[in-house]
Design a protein around this ligand. Sequence first.
Ligand code: GLU
Length: 419
Amino acid sequence: MMNHTYDPYENVLSVMDKAMEFGHIDTAMYGIIRSPQRETKVYLPVEMDNGTIQIFEGYRVQHSNIRGPFKGGIRFHQDCDLNEIKALATWMSLKCAVANIPFGGAKGGVKVDPSVLSKKELCRLTRRYTYAIEPIIGAESDIPAPDVNTNAQTMAWMMDTYSMLKGKPCPGVVTGKPLELGGSNGRTAATGRGVVICTRLLLESQGKTLKGTKLAVQGMGNVGSYTAKIAYDLGAVIVALSDVSGGIYCEAGIDPYKAAAFLESGHLLKDYQAPGVTHISNRELLLCDCDVLIPAAMENQIDETIAEALKCSCIVEAANGPTTAAADEILAGRGITLLPDILANSGGVTVSYFEWVQNTQKMTWDDEKVNRKLETILTQAFLDLKEERETSGCSWRMAAYIIALRRMVQAEEMKGIAL
Ligand code: GLU
């Protein structure tokens, strides 16, 4: 049964507390990094196309800037609330520490269903939100990026609004921008590419190969679609895909390029037809016969009931927080390997870091350089986790949290508390 009282912030805190104990992390220093540094809530008046005014609620939670400027995406979603954003901001701090890039963590969001807004309404909402959080963001202080239901266009509007307020172009204030406005080669595909790199490293560490491995991908947004396409290019068999309308399954494999093109032309997967393809629910996708399950949608997808019934041997978390803490225990008991979100989806923020570096240096790197550097960073992060896991005899998630907390605590200790 779905846990309706699920709280993602409680979830991340419970895992952090466990890692603190298991990894013997200094409790006083841990106390400092356990709570966010700042939570901002804003109310955004927006003129709708029909002339009425609607007030939207927005958030920006700045969890930690111990290791560098606050960093993290902005999501537009009808279920968005402060607690969810707090959890996502915390995951960003942990994620940047795992990838070992010099950023802290933050997250923002607006409670809105963007599918019912026109492009002009969306533009006005994005600009109003940027205006509201302008005092606390900046290339040296807090750098937003895309997340669920936001993209390069959203970042272009944010950068333009911020630059207008500052009276000069400020490309470094956001990442995930269009290439024309100082975006980085490889950024749009980066999170998916990172998921595939991590999946390949995990399989290789088990003596297997990505080629021929059966993958099921939940979610066909930016992360899910690039994950499926890049894995398919490398020879993986994509047995299942899904979007908000439901899933599709084909034991012989689905061509994700065809499915993505169908979605881009304004359709939903429930209407997708191809030889051998059958229609399944999102729940059936999670429980389908596959080797690696890749949740690439929202939080709280793999709960205890689902965990009991999964048929996969590995889970690679492309979404943030798709697995509950209680489900984690069940997976461990069943011997299902799980590669955690804070490693598996860190390719996005890693290439955001490259974008920020390129903006700072007024340089442009080509695709080859971006992808090579991404691979180097993720491989090192994977090896760090593997070593910690072997030394501590813990799960991949515990290893990731221990490494992240240790790095954050060490930075906090070196810095000291001035006031
Ligand atoms: N929203 C992405 C994430 O959850 C990317 C964040 C970023 O690039 O700052 O990791």
